[in-house]
Write a protein that binds this ligand. Structure first.
Ligand code: VGL
Ligand code: ZN
Length: 211
């Protein structure tokens, strides 16, 4: 077996309605990750889920910037930031987990992106790169130096979560078949995968976890 599951945490990133077909920020085939994520979550003793959780009028919404368009960009608090359709608004159906996600295995749900002026892609730090979500402390406290990451979207929240985990010193695996990408701008998935590989993140198939 590749991964010592007694010392590993599984992190399911943003498996929410708005990132699935029919949702506000639909990721192509986003719902295809659900059965694979469920199988992974059953395998690990320590599972954490994240949930994109924005207040109405969030600064990452194009609708909050006059003249801006979704998937364009704007300066937010001095950072060049991607703008999105309104999505994962707190308390809405779009922000709920996909109904097929088995939520029973998750011991912690990290909600992120709740500060109006700051977006948060990573499960570990908000987009200022400094404000922690608390996940690192939680995993350290439980003695889990390895993380296996899956979910939506591979080129945004999964990518930044894996990047931060590697930076924090975790052994990081991304289960590629349990992820899908936004795919904007074009080539974003290829760039994300290449960058993760160059930083020592292992891109694996979920089958390798079960072996
Ligand atoms: C995400 C864009 C905006 C993600 C969240 O979960 O990848 N992408 N908010
Ligand atoms: Zn978001």
């Amino acid at each position: 077996m590749l991964i010592d599951k007694g010392r590993a945490a599984f992190i399911a990133v943003d498996v929410q309605n708005d990132f699935c077909p029919g949702g506000a920020l639909a990721v192509p085939e986003g719902d295809a990750v659900v059965p694979v994520v469920n199988r992974l979550a059953e395998f690990f003793e320590l599972c954490v889920a994240t949930q994109d959780w924005h207040p109405a009028g969030h600064s990452s919404f194009a609708s909050s910037h006059p003249g801006a368009v979704p998937y364009g960009s704007a300066l937010i608090a001095g950072r060049d930031s991607t703008l999105w359709p309104d999505h994962c608004a707190q308390g809405t159906r779009g922000a709920e987990f996909h109904p097929g996600l088995n939520t029973a295995p998750y011991r912690l749900v990290i909600r992120k992106g709740f500060r109006p002026a700051l977006d948060s892609y990573s499960a570990f730090f908000e987009n200022d790169g400094a404000t922690p979500t608390g996940l690192d402390g939680y995993l350290r406290g439980l003695g889990a130096p390895t993380v296996v990451i899956a979910g939506l979207a591979l080129d945004y929240c999964v990518y930044y979560s894996a990047l931060d985990a590697a930076r924090l010193g975790y052994s990081v695996y991304v289960a590629r078949d349990a992820c899908r990408s936004v795919g904007s701008p074009s080539g974003s998935e290829e760039r994300a995968l290449a960058d993760l590989s160059s930083r020592g993140v292992a891109i694996i198939d979920s089958m390798e976890v079960f072996r």
